[in-house]
Design a protein around this ligand. Structure first.
Ligand SMILES: Cc1cc2nc3c(=O)[nH]c(=O)nc-3n(C[C@H](O)[C@H](O)[C@H](O)COP(=O)(O)O)c2cc1C
Length: 198
């Protein structure tokens, strides 16, 4: 029996990301976990309205979404602890300029470079609705068909309720390979080792 604990943000874990935008000739960076996918051609980045980076995103209409690797988690955590309004964060990461004009973190295993199409406003938050201009992937995470290999790409995850970072786990199996049409009683008897993908 499940207990109803009320209206909670509980859709976790999800990837933690560093959002980048240009501030004049230098980048500024902000940590964000509240992102989403809309349809098959839009992504959403939800940022508190007072954040320094929001003004820069609105000026340039460009942002980058950088997945976080454990090796630069301390720096990623840092850009989530201080505001660009008081502290210059431009030197925290080695970076390069993307084709569309957003800054890309060199050490990030995967970066989306995005154009802002719309802003969805809710109380104290601005959610940036973006199209994806480019996807930059470290070559070691591409398979022989040029597809992203999530067996090797292990972005750091996070969860908001207790504010922890987590490691990405293993691939379980290919979607739609589970032949899971058994009635409930059969599922309860199910021996995991018999799953077709394991
Ligand atoms: C783990 C973690 C996740 C965060 N996720 C978000 C988020 O999704 N949206 C947001 O507005 N702020 C988020 N923050 C807070 C901002 O990163 C933080 O307030 C930052 O200092 C804002 O920087 P800025 O003022 O330079 O833009 C997060 C912070 C942490 C530590």
């Amino acid at each position: 029996m499940k207990k109803n604990i009320g209206s909670k943000l509980a859709l976790y874990p999800m990837p933690i990301t560093v959002i980048g935008a240009m501030n004049g000739g230098e980048p500024t960076w902000t940590l964000a976990g509240h992102l989403g996918i809309i349809g098959h051609d839009r992504v959403m980045v939800s940022l508190a309205a007072p954040h320094f980076i929001n003004g820069k995103i609105k000026e340039t209409k460009k942002l980058s979404i950088n997945l976080v690797d454990e090796k630069f988690l301390p720096q990623a955590d840092y850009v989530g602890s201080v505001s660009g309004s008081k502290t210059d964060k431009s030197k925290v990461f080695a970076w390069e300029m993307g084709d569309a004009g957003a800054p890309l973190i060199t050490d990030s295993p995967l970066t989306l470079e995005c154009s802002v199409l719309d802003i969805y406003e809710t109380h104290n938050f601005e959610s940036f609705i973006c199209s994806i201009d480019s996807t930059y992937v470290a070559e070691e995470h591409l398979d022989e068909n040029g597809k992203i290999n999530y067996n090797t790409l292990k972005p750091v995850l996070f969860e908001f309720p207790t504010y922890h970072y987590l490691r990405t786990g293993d691939v379980i199996c290919k979607c739609l390979s589970l032949k899971g049409k058994q009635p409930k009683e059969e599922m309860e008897k199910c021996d995991e080792s018999q799953l077709p993908c394991l």
